[in-house]
Ligand binder design. Structure first.
Ligand SMILES: [Zn+2]
Length: 78
């Protein structure tokens, strides 16, 4: 599970982007921390980079395929 020390650096958001599931190998439209919905494995990725592919990590049989969900959005200063 993603962790932090200082709450002042994070705030809750209600955007729909947190509800979407992204396929392995698809483009990360938002920079931040993504979590595999099936197993909880987490990765950090830059905007525009490719989310890790299906063979990124192994799931136990029956756990299902990798699906990435954005859990922390890294907001760039404009
Ligand atoms: Zn996984």
């Amino acid at each position: 599970m993603a962790q932090y020390k200082y709450q002042k650096f994070l705030k809750e958001g209600q955007s729909d982007v947190y509800d979407k599931r992204y396929a392995p190998g698809s483009e990360a439209y938002n920079a931040g921390i993504y979590r595999c919905v099936a197993c909880g494995h987490e990765i950090a990725i830059a905007k525009g980079h490719t989310l890790p592919p299906q063979n990124h990590h192994q799931h136990a049989p029956g756990l299902g395929p990798i699906e990435w969900q954005l859990i922390v959005y890294a907001q760039a200063k404009k």
